[in-house]
Design a protein around this ligand. Structure first.
Ligand code: BGP
Length: 478
């Protein structure tokens, strides 16, 4: 018997990536150095991502995973053919700002960089795969840090606006779906990653972060404005690192804390989607003596240019307590400050596995914003091993995804409007948090290790055929 799909017709099944985690070719054809090109693997990586790099030059003899990544720059045709074979309806990728404006403040864009993305979009469109483009995914041209202090400086708004207008003009006939900043709320947790922030002695962290956030929020609204002007049929969204925060107990103190933690992230989306600073943020600024410098007209820009849809990543739910004893049990590898949830298992990297959480999160976002949702990242990072016949039997990945798809189906039944789902890293890529290759998300294996060795050869995993079947049945055959 054929089951009826819960997923709407035209649902945008696909996969998601970021320039710096796949492309490589980090200085090729005129590309400038970006923040990610300064991130090695190992302990130092986190220190830098938190805003404390010791230098803004790459060291000699240190391995930087983004420099070659999986070399999508030279393999995009083969890789896109594999996505097409799986039946992808959409492919999320980011444009590297420094391929278009190598220094960020250049007068003219770099034609070779523009041409590269033209080629990629053409290749996708050849297979009727809809490109979904993130304008900034964790990479800021390093020159903008050196010269201006990156997003601490209001000037970044102008540079970003120029960059966005350039790409909207160039790709207006090829790209309909856009997103302004990847996981914009990550700015608070990994400031160098999210916004190229380098802290100086004596600076008030919150003051720096929320001023930078204001700049990004204005820049995001100006991008929405430009996009609507230049590409009338475009859909431009925000992108939240989502994951419901549960209270550890029903103690009202825990519940209140969980609400505040949720709002720490919603703050960004409230501005991007509702067009104004929420009251709780104004209170937070007052209570913490923060003064956000705004220019005349900023409030109007925010009000008039709200996003069309809410893009979000979901890997895990979070859990919070006010009890100092419970607070000692932090989950590993979680930048959001989450305690262990006794009801849930975790991945090899300590990320909570919570399929129902995606249904809860989607409902919460839809209740709050009443705009279409787009799940633009989700997946299981795991170590893959070859079976004796040389195949990769990644049933754990299939199980994880299947359970999440079931719950997404439930969310749709709940009345939540969801337009698409792009799983993270359909082809193995460099991990953003660790820089490793052994944390794999792909349906396609890439022969590459943590030290940058390996032939870069691609190979289908068991999940490849499974995802193909899911897409072909529009999510009814899981
Ligand atoms: C998100 C980022 C991605 C991606 C993903 C998985 O925060 O937007 O860039 O990498 O997380 O994280 P990781 O690579 O650390 O496993």
């Amino acid at each position: 018997m054929k089951t009826i799909s819960k997923f709407p017709d035209g649902f945008l099944w696909g996969g998601a990536t970021a320039a710096n985690q796949i492309e490589g070719a980090y200085l090729e054809d005129g590309k400038g150095l970006t923040t990610v090109d300064l991130l090695p693997t190992g302990k130092e990586r986190f220190k830098i991502m938190e805003g404390y790099p010791s230098t803004l030059e790459p060291h000699k003899d240190v391995y930087y995973p983004s420099h070659q990544a999986i070399d999508f720059y030279h393999n995009y045709k083969e890789d896109i053919a594999l996505f097409a074979e799986m039946g992808f309806k959409s492919f999320r990728l980011s444009i590297s700002w420094a391929r278009i404006f190598p220094n960020g403040d250049d007068r003219e864009p770099n034609e070779a960089g523009l041409q590269f993305y033209d080629n990629v979009f053409d290749e996708l469109l050849k297979y009727n795969i809809e490109p979904v483009v993130t304008i900034a995914h964790f990479d800021v041209p390093v020159h903008l840090i050196k010269e201006y202090g990156s997003w601490k400086n209001r000037k970044l708004v102008d540079f970003y606006e120029k960059y966005t207008r350039t790409i909207f003009e160039r790709y207006k006939d090829k790209v309909t779906y856009w997103m302004t900043f990847n996981e914009i709320n990550m700015l608070l947790h990994l400031p160098f990653t999210g916004a190229g922030i380098v802290f100086e002695e004596g600076e008030d962290k919150n003051q720096v972060l929320y001023q930078a956030a204001h700049h990004q929020l204005v820049a995001s609204a100006l991008a929405v404005k430009a996009c609507h002007e230049i590409i009338p049929n475009a859909q431009i969204g925000c992108m939240l690192a989502a994951g419901k925060v549960y209270p550890y107990t029903s103690n009202p103190d825990d519940v209140l804390k969980a609400m505040e933690k949720d709002r720490e992230s919603f703050f960004f989306i409230d501005v991007q989607s509702r067009g104004k600073y929420p009251g709780y943020a104004k209170r937070f600024f007052r209570d913490n003596d923060l003064t956000i410098k705004m220019e005349d007209g900023d409030e109007e820009i925010l009000r008039n240019n709200t996003v069309d849809y809410i893009g979000f990543s979901y890997y895990a739910s979070r859990c919070i307590s006010t009890d100092p004893e419970i607070l000692k049990n932090q989950t590993a590898g979680n930048v959001f400050g989450s305690v262990k949830n006794p009801y849930l298992k975790t991945s090899e990297w300590g990320w909570t596995i919570d399929p129902k959480g995606i249904r809860i999160t989607a409902n919460q976002l839809y209740d709050r914003y009443q705009k279409p949702l787009f799940v633009v990242e989700n997946g299981l990072g795991a170590v893959d091993q070859f079976a004796s016949d040389g195949s990769i039997q990644d049933d754990y990945r299939i199980d994880y995804l299947r359970q999440h798809f079931e719950q997404l189906g439930e969310a749709i039944e709940d009345g939540v409007e969801i337009i698409g789902y792009t799983s993270w890293g359909p082809i193995d890529l460099v991990s953003a948090s660790t820089g490793e290759m052994k944390k794999r998300y792909g349906y396609i294996y890439v022969d590459r290790d943590n030290e940058g060795k390996g032939s870069l050869q691609r190979k289908r995993k068991k999940s490849f055929d499974w995802y193909k079947k899911v897409i072909a049945s529009n999510g009814s055959d899981l």
